[in-house]
Ligand binder design. Sequence first.
Ligand code: NAP
Length: 316
Amino acid sequence: MKLWLTRPLPETVEARARAGFDVEIRSSNAPLSGDEMRHALRSYDIVMPTLGDRFQADVFADVPEPRCKLLANFGVGYNHIDVAAAQAAGVAVTNTPGAVTDATADIAMTLLLMTARRAGEGERMVRAGAWAGWHPTQMLGLHVTGRTLGIVGMGRIGQAIAHRCHFGFGMDVRYVSRSEKELPFAATRDASLAEMAGRCDVIVVAVPGGAETHHLLDAAFFAAMQPHAIFVNIARGDVVDESALIAALKAGHLSAAGLDVYEYEPAIPPALLEMENVTLLPHLGTAALNVRTDMGMMVLDNVQAFVEGRALPNRV
Ligand code: NAP
């Protein structure tokens, strides 16, 4: 069986792929073009897509009898793949849950603290040579210890963030999720996003992307936030109506935001780039060598199971 890894991966992952499979490794880091996706479905038995590779219904429609039978996605988020269209075309989809949880929760904490304590703004001031020295009312931020955290999407990553905030920072935890959760710490489930928005000092989004969550965080949500509160998104860019977020920041409906993902990434609206009260990271959630290695190994575990005719460990 022919395997196509559509991006260069950590050395040990590539070595395992070369040792175990008939593999081709694409040298580019750019998302696949439409032609490349169609070529992938026609020419390989197994393909590893990742973020940005939009395997949508039109791509499957153009390749009625694909040679490819497995899209082994690199990443837990698979909203770039139309899973129903893949299934209808006889293509299974797997992902990499769990491998990314702690690293992504850590990036949420990085954004939470940087944004609350104005770290980006402070660093820019120091580097610009504009720091005149310490004084009692300089750059006062939000002290998060003992405050109230709201999690939108209390899944693996949401729980890992809440765990850190509860045990590390003594924060009260509230959440909105599709189902009630049994958690190893006290947490209150709110009936609606608007209810939660009005009660929290810090809100972190950790829902999957896709049609169901598109613009879940909209103008009404931001209008319901407290003016001193901060908003963090480590999920997917389009779960947030980015224009509504910008308008709400300008109107003072919330005080600041920390973002790892963007609606049209890698494009970032100039309005966000100009705001001192916004922390902007380049989708760093899982960016650590051992995490990316674990993700790659999980992809290959699914590939291996497929080649051996076993049940896929991480079928979505
Ligand atoms: P997960 O375990 O599936 O958790 C997702 C949670 O969202 C679940 O608790 C689910 O509720 C909830 N949810 C789904 N739709 C909802 C809705 N419409 N309203 C409210 N809650 C909803 O997934 P995960 O492993 O934590 O990952 C979450 C997402 O993070 C991924 O899908 C990915 O897009 C993103 N991510 C980003 C990065 C990054 O680099 N920034 C890295 C990794 C992952 P139920 O449990 O009730 O179903």
